[in-house]
Design a binder for this molecule. Structure first.
Ligand code: SF4
Length: 494
């Protein structure tokens, strides 16, 4: 019987960084194990379920990120399975280690290497030339199924060099992999910014927007189309998960735009309440532009406790360049309404995007300060806008000579700028990013100290991470706060 191994990225890279792999967004590496968490690798997980149901192959799903495996340990785990096929989904951030691993498996066993996802879609020829056997472009699950079934390769849409496959029907998908790995193991309390033990699930795919930096929209789907699942199926999945994992406290809907369609959210929230699942806590990736009082109230009534929205920038120049219009009045209204109905709010922001300058990014830092100060944001994330290969942002930067030639592992929005603009060089982008991160930490800390006090803050961190990690986090946090205050002091003296 044909044996297929589906493998998530290497968990610890050759520089010793812990990989937080999110290939349809941005993968990052973190220095310190206490900052580690992991996303459920949902597309590989759907692929695994599909292969188990639609082919005769013996399928094994292995997650090097979840197990925190370095290349050598990961290699042993895969070789033990003796696969004829190995499927991986590397991002540019992880391609070096992931591809090295795949080639070692091929060298040892003669395994056929199938690469899918962001980096493979951007550089199919190069990877085939370097030893990959097949490249699946865009949304790849059904392409891999056809390949393993043995269909002639020139008749498989989505298999390079054939063109893209039409987007799949999300209602034809089984539940994603939950046997070889447990979905509960990804529900790490406190991460990724979850307040409860939340299983990651997906009620929809896609987004009606067309941001130039977006990997999911541009590379995976190639289309601004939003696809909602049947509400009864989403609710049945939540029930199944709760029955299987009584410890589960909630669901994190980690899709592109959970609320792109108001009718869908109204129907879903009604169904959640009707089925008695409103005693669970829900947290969802949303767009702020469709949020209104009725929708937010329905979400709060159904057990939602947090919404996460991509605000990105306060600069109209940047917003226009990234093709994500900014409407600050709408941001304020949506977040105010969310707070009025009792929801927590989390925002994401970017620094160093196309057409940004220090001045434009300082507007974004100003917005962050105002939103936190006014009690409209409970948490936030700041990233350096990374031109992931395959996105319009990447080609825009490349054509203008703004892209720095460096190794792929630096395509990590958590640490490095890989573009340098004539009026806003790399070093300055990184400096402004560090400032934005310090401002974020300071503002959130001040607010939490005011609302909860040091004692309660530490107690809840201890419950979430354990005593030793909570203590280390607290010491580091205080160090950062001192750095921020020293910086302010220096600037005030100037
Ligand atoms: S709004 Fe978010 S998901 Fe939609 S295209 Fe923009 S970045 Fe992608």
């Amino acid at each position: 019987m044909t044996k297929v191994v589906i493998a998530n990225s290497v968990g610890i890279d050759s520089r010793g960084k812990y990989i937080i792999h999110s290939p349809s967004r941005w993968s990052v590496g973190v220095e310190d194990e206490m900052d580690w968490f992991t996303y459920y690798p949902w597309e590989l997980a759907y692929l695994s379920s599909l292969l188990k149901r639609k082919t005769d192959a013996e399928v094994k799903f292995i997650d090097g990120c979840l197990k925190k495996l370095n290349l050598e340990h990961y290699l042993q785990s895969i070789i033990k399975e003796k696969p004829q096929w190995l499927v991986m989904e590397p991002s540019s951030r992880t391609i070096r280690d992931d591809f090295a691993l795949a080639l070692r498996v091929k060298e040892e066993l003669g395994t056929r290497i199938v690469l899918a996802g962001q980096h493979a879609t951007a550089f199919p020829e190069e990877l085939l030339h370097q030893g990959a056997d097949y490249i699946c472009i865009g949304e790849y699950e059904l392409t891999v199924v056809d390949l393993i079934k043995g269909l002639p390769s020139d008749q498989i849409p989505g298999l390079y060099p054939n063109g893209r496959r039409p987007l799949l029907d999300v209602n034809q998908l089984p539940y994603p992999e939950d046997d070889d790995v447990s979905r509960l193991d990804y529900a790490i309390p406190g991460e990724p910014n979850c307040d409860y033990v939340e299983i990651q699930a997906y009620a929809s795919r896609g987004c009606p927007m067309s941001c130039t930096f977006c990997v999911a929209r541009n590379i995976y789907y190639g289309h601004p189309r939003w696809r909602g699942r049947r509400v009864e199926d989403v609710v049945a999945e939540i029930k199944y998960l709760k029955q299987k994992y009584p410890r589960m406290e909630g669901v994190f809907f980690d899709e592109e735009e959970h609320n792109a369609n108001k009718g869908f959210i109204m129907e879903l929230t009604r169904a959640i309440s009707k089925e008695g699942l409103d005693n669970l806590r829900y947290n969802a990736m949303c767009g702020y532009w469709t949020l209104d009082r009725e929708m937010l109230q329905a979400m709060a009534d159904a057990g939602y406790y947090k919404i996460r929205v991509g605000i990105e920038t306060a600069s109209e120049v940047v917003a226009s360049a990234i093709k994500k219009p900014i409407d600050l009045r709408r941001v304020y209204t949506s977040l105010s309404l969310a707070k009025e109905v009792g929801l927590k709010t989390y925002g994401t922001f970017i620094i160093g995007a196309p057409m940004s300058t220090r001045g434009e990014d300082m507007k974004t830092i100003g917005l962050i300060k105002r939103l936190v100060r006014d009690g409209l944001l409970d948490g936030l994330q700041v990233s350096i806008t990374t031109p992931q290969p395959g996105t319009p942002f990447y080609y825009w930067a490349e054509e203008r000579g703004f892209l720095l030639k460096q190794n792929w592992s630096r395509f990590d929005g958590g640490a490095n700028a890989v573009v340098s603009y004539p009026d806003y060089p790399k070093e300055e982008i990184e400096e402004v990013f560090n400032l934005a991160s310090e401002v974020r930490d300071h503002m959130i800390l001040v607010r939490k100290m005011r609302e909860e006090g040091m004692g309660r803050l530490f107690k809840s961190a201890r419950a979430r991470y354990g005593g030793w990690t909570a203590l280390r986090k607290a010491v580091r946090r205080m160090g950062r706060e001192l750095d921020y205050r020293r910086r302010l002091h220096r600037e005030n003296k100037r």
